[in-house]
Design a protein around this ligand. Structure first.
Ligand code: PEP
Ligand code: MN
Length: 337
C-alpha cells in the first residue's frame, strides 16, 4: 500500500513507519519533490489492514499499489531515480559509461585498461574477478586478488569500480573492494543472492537474465529494493532468440518499456548483447537514442589475448573513437555526462 503523507515532518513520518511495522509490514520512505510517501510492503493478503492509517491526521491517503513490482514501479515514485556510485551519478539525465575488461587478468592488464578507459572519458571501471563461465574448464577469475587489483586501478584513475558477485557468501568480500555489486544474467533469479545484495549498502548493477521477461527482471529488482537497498541500476544485456549471427539479441525495446514501468536507471551492455566488437558502436548509439541512462562496454588492451570475451572487446583506440562518436547523440538527448 502507499501511504501518502499530508505532512513532511520527520516526527510524523517516523510515527507512521512505526505503525506500519507494528502491523507487520516493512516501511520504505520515498521523499519526492512534491510529496513524501511511505510504501508499506509485506503480506499481500492482509494489506487492507493498513487502511486504518488513514485516520491519522498527517496521513492524506492510503492507496493500494496495483503493479506486482511495488518499490521498483512508478506508483510509489514518479520521478526517475538517480543512483550515486562514488562521485558518479546514474539516471535522471546523468549518463554513465562503465568500461573495462571482461575479467581482471593481471595488474598490468587492469591498470592499462583503466588508464585508457579514463583517458577516453569512461566514468566507471568494470572487471570480473568471480566469473560465471559456461565451462568449468574456462578461466574462473582471479577472485580476491582480482578484486584487490581492480580496487587499486579504480583508485589510481579515480573511477568507481563494479564487479560481479555470484553467491551470497561472496557479498562481504566483494563489497569490501568495489563501489557497486554486479549480479550477472545467470544469477538474475538467484533469490538468495538478490536478498544478500539487498541487505548490503552498496549499489547493485542488476543484469537481465538472457531468458527473462521484463516483468521477471523488475521482480528481481524488487527483491533487492524490498530488502532496504534502493540503489539498483538495471542492465539490458541481450536475450536469447533463434538468431545465431549474434551472441544474443539486444532487446532495445526493453529500454523504453522499462522506463514505462520503473524509476530505476536503465543501462545497456552492447558487448554481451552482440558478442562482436564491431557491433558495439552502432548498438551503443541506438541505446542512447532509445533512452538508456548509460552503457557497459568491454575494453581490452589486446583482445586476441583476453582470457574471456575477447571477440566482443573493443581495443583502446576503438573505444576512444566510440566515446567521441557518442557525443552528438548524448547532446541530442540532453544528457549530462
Ligand atoms: C559480464 O558482465 O562479464 C557478464 C558475465 O555478463 P552477463 O552476466 O550479462 O553475461
Ligand atoms: Mn564478459
Amino acid at each position: 500500500m502507499i501511504i501518502v503523507m499530508a505532512s513532511r515532518d520527520s516526527k510524523d513520518v517516523n510515527h507512521v513507519v512505526h505503525k506500519i511495522e507494528e502491523l507487520g509490514y516493512r516501511a520504505h520512505i520515498i521523499v519526492g519533490v512534491e510529496r513524501t510517501v511511505i510504501a508499506a510492503v509485506g503480506d499481500e493478503r492482509e494489506k487492507y489492514r493498513l487502511t486504518v492509517l488513514e485516520s491519522l491526521p498527517y496521513v492524506e491517503q492510503v492507496i493500494p499499489i496495483l503493479k506486482p513490482f511495488k518499490l521498483a514501479g512508478l506508483e510509489v515514485r514518479h520521478e526517475p531515480s538517480v543512483i550515486h556510485c562514488g562521485k558518479v551519478k546514474i539516471g535522471a539525465g546523468n549518463f554513465c559509461v562503465v568500461a573495462g575488461p571482461c575479467s581482471v587478468e593481471s595488474r598490468d592488464q587492469i591498470l592499462e585498461t583503466a588508464r585508457v578507459c579514463k583517458e577516453a572519458g569512461a566514468h566507471m571501471l568494470r572487471g570480473g574477478a568471480f566469473k560465471p563461465r559456461t565451462s568449468p574448464y574456462s578461466f574462473q577469475g582471479m577472485e580476491k586478488e582480482g578484486l584487490i587489483l581492480l580496487e587499486e586501478a579504480g583508485k589510481k584513475f579515480d573511477m568507481p569500480v563494479v564487479s560481479e558477485v555470484m553467491t551470497p557468501e561472496q557479498v562481504p568480500l566483494v563489497a569490501q573492494h568495489v563501489d557497486m555489486l554486479q549480479v550477472g544474467a545467470r544469477n538474475m533469479q538467484n533469490f538468495a543472492l538478490l536478498k544478500a545484495v539487498g541487505q548490503s549498502r552498496k549499489p547493485v548493477f542488476l543484469k537481465r537474465g538472457m531468458m527473462s521477461t521484463i516483468n521477471e527482471f523488475l521482480m528481481s529488482a524488487e527483491y533487492v529494493l524490498s530488502e532496504g537497498n534502493p540503489n539498483v541500476v538495471l542492465c539490458e544485456r541481450g536475450i536469447r532468440t533463434f538468431e545465431t549471427e549474434t551472441r544474443n539479441t539486444l532487446d532495445i525495446q526493453a529500454v523504453p518499456v522499462l522506463k514505462k514501468y520503473t524509476h530505476l536507471p536503465v543501462v545497456v551492455d552492447p558487448s554481451h548483447a552482440s558478442g562482436h566488437w564491431d557491433l558495439v558502436p552502432s548498438m551503443s548509439k541506438a541505446s542512447i537514442a532509445a533512452g538508456a541512462d548509460g552503457l557497459m562496454i568491454e575494453v581490452h588492451p589486446c583482445p586476441e589475448e583476453a582470457f574471456s570475451d575477447g571477440p566482443q572487446s573493443l581495443r583502446p583506440e576503438k573505444f576512444a573513437t566510440l566515446m567521441q562518436e557518442m557525443v552528438p547523440f548524448l547532446e541530442l538527448m540532453n544528457y549530462k555526462w
